[in-house]
Design a protein around this ligand. Sequence first.
Ligand code: COA
Length: 163
Amino acid sequence: MKRAVYPGTFDPITLGHLDIIKRATTIFDEVIVAVAKRPSKSVLFSFAERLKIVERAVKNLKKVKIEGFSGLVVEFAKKKKASCIIRGLRLLSDFEYEFQMALTNRKIAPQIETIFLMAHQEYSYISSSLVKEAVFLGANLKELLPKPAWVALKRKINEGFSR
Ligand code: COA
């Protein structure tokens, strides 16, 4: 069984993430979407909310599991008997950060390989923060988010969340 972990903050999951997940399922028997419990950046959605949105967004994908994790991602991958970590590469600007992370992870756990998938050209310019900011300011970016993420984001706005 070839298993991979796709870690991230997913605040919230976008169609760019979903595209990476779908493509990863064509390579691996099982893909664990690993939602970071306590990411280093500040988040809009709580861990429980981010997990639920991801669960809803991938519910029709058979080879996909969703789990939360804290601590080192490579330790999580080892615990889950996954051989690879998947990351999406969008623009050249992602490269430095991703390269540093992959090499650090390799130093800690050489047996875990990092595999980069190129983000789909339609989504290669988006990020969760950009989508959140634009939607808060009134943009309709429905076509960049899976429905559960769009609904949750609109609900946050309607609840009067202020940044
Ligand atoms: N399409 C659209 N957007 C994408 C994308 C894609 N294919 N791939 C990445 N992004 C965006 C995300 O929307 C996110 O945008 P944001 O910064 O505006 O929120 C950004 O790129 C990166 O997010 P994500 O892919 O979710 O990763 P992350 O950088 O938030 O997550 C962890 C980093 C959690 C994987 C990493 O910090 C980690 O492994 N932490 C665990 C602790 C650890 O092991 N540390 C040592 C690592 S060396």
